[in-house]
Design a protein around this ligand. Structure first.
Ligand SMILES: C[S@@+](CC[C@H](N)C(=O)[O-])C[C@H]1O[C@@H](n2cnc3c(N)ncnc32)[C@H](O)[C@@H]1O
Ligand code: SF4
Length: 385
């Protein structure tokens, strides 16, 4: 019998789709010209949170992402959290993260976040090089980021994460080194190192296609990745997921739960949920989202992306598990699905073992990506989609 993910523990994701301006590489659902909806939108998000709370659920993590949650007044974030606290049982010391952008955060705002129970900040920096920041359409410079860190520490935040991007046009290995040195000096506890994805409907794509910007070669991008990995590991960081590094005790619990196929509810426009064996994504039109919630048609906002059968669940568990550097445990798989993954997917695993893309860690019986697999993870995913 398969474990149908029936635990009452859940993670909550809340999407705040407002930004001051659109970064050239970004394809996330966020608006720069719909500030007039903020008030109504937050009311609707609160209604959606209440609607889902009919059955008592235990919340272990909350993640307020975007968009730029720090671009709206802190009172809105407070109402969202109080709606969650009122309608769900939130465990003591739950990890509560908010994404913030440099240039949108005052000390007052950060103190308010701390007071309302937020205990983790995820700050988008992308690079410490001011020229690069301009070229990718960021609204801030490195000094703004330093100010945000100074305020965050003053407000009492210890658990601070920072996102950077590698493989940007005109970026050099020295930029990456300088950015990492600065983050290490600032004692940042968690660093996400994302490889640039050039999304179709972005200004970055336009600029590259019209030869106004040029991407670095793949080998250089890979060199940046391995350089970042070595540098961070030399400074005590644990590489725990393809793009994520943390000092001991600072891994993102919310994201680790998602990679372990645990349940999460997504609230707000374009928010994704994984409940039971279904994946949903809410509509990405803020007008439709608001209209449906105001008319009490909560489910009309949801697009069912996928109903996963047993085989889909197993394959997805493998794919998500392999994102983690420690991989997934063979016994955990057997406990969850009552099947041995090595027998169930023998041909696929044989092929990947032969190509040296995955390996077994015989100490704890985990299957994980090899070093080569980290560079060619897409080939591994292809086997399981
Ligand atoms: C959902 S975004 C929101 C973060 C926040 N609004 C900010 O920009 O500071 C989270 C992170 O995704 C990364 N990201 C967004 N678009 C990307 C892309 N096309 N390629 C690689 N990383 C990307 C950025 O590092 C960004 O900080
Ligand atoms: S990267 Fe962040 S700030 Fe920039 S457009 Fe995307 S969500 Fe908004």
């Amino acid at each position: 019998m398969m474990d149908k993910n029936k635990t009452r523990n859940i993670g909550i994701y809340v999407h705040i789709p407002f930004c001051i301006s659109k970064c050239y590489y970004c394809d996330f659902t966020s608006y720069t010209n719909k500030q007039e909806y903020i008030e109504k939108y937050i009311k609707c998000v609160n209604k959606e949170i209440e609607y889902e709370a009919k059955i008592a659920r235990i919340v272990t993590t909350i993640y307020i992402g975007g968009g730029t949650p720090s671009s709206i007044d802190e009172k809105y974030i407070a109402t969202i959290l109080s709606t969650i606290y009122k309608n769900y049982k939130v465990i003591d010391n739950a990890e509560i993260t908010i994404e913030v952008n440099p240039g949108t955060c005052t000390l007052k705002k950060l103190k308010a976040y701390k007071k309302m129970g937020i205990n983790r900040l995820s700050i988008g920096l992308q690079s410490a090089n001011d020229n690069l920041l301009k070229e990718i359409g960021r609204i801030h410079n490195f000094d703004d980021y330093k100010k945000t860190i100074e305020y965050a520490k003053k407000a009492g935040f210890k658990n601070i994460s920072t996102d950077i991007i590698i493989g940007l046009p005109n970026q050099t290995i020295y930029d990456v080194e300088d950015t990492l040195n600065k983050l290490i000096d600032l004692e940042i506890k968690h660093i996400s190192v994302y490889s640039l994805i050039v999304e179709e409907n972005t200004k970055m794509n336009e600029l590259i296609n019209s030869n106004k910007l040029k991407l670095p070669d793949d080998e250089i991008e890979r060199y940046m990745y391995w350089f970042a990995k070595r540098k961070l590991e030399d400074n005590g960081f644990i590489h725990y997921e393809i793009s994520n590094f943390a000092l001991p005790g600072y891994m993102s619990i919310h994201n680790m739960d998602c990679w372990s196929q645990k349940k999460y509810y997504g609230f707000g426009v374009a928010a994704a949920s994984f409940i039971g064996n279904k994946r949903f994504t809410n509509t990405n039109s803020i007008e439709t989202y608001i209209k449906n919630i105001e008319n009490g048609k909560f489910l009309a906002n949801r697009n069912i992306d996928e109903v996963l059968n047993d085989e889909d669940m197993q394959k997805e568990y493998i794919m998500l598990g392999l994102r983690k550097i420690s991989g997934f445990n063979i016994y955990d798989f057997i406990k969850k699905f009552n099947k041995n993954p090595l027998l169930e997917y023998d041909k696929k695993f044989d092929k990947l073992f032969k190509e040296k893309l995955i390996e077994i860690d015989y100490g704890d019986l985990n299957i994980k990506l090899t070093k080569k697999g980290l560079d060619f993870a897409n080939i591994v995913w292809e086997e399981f989609v």
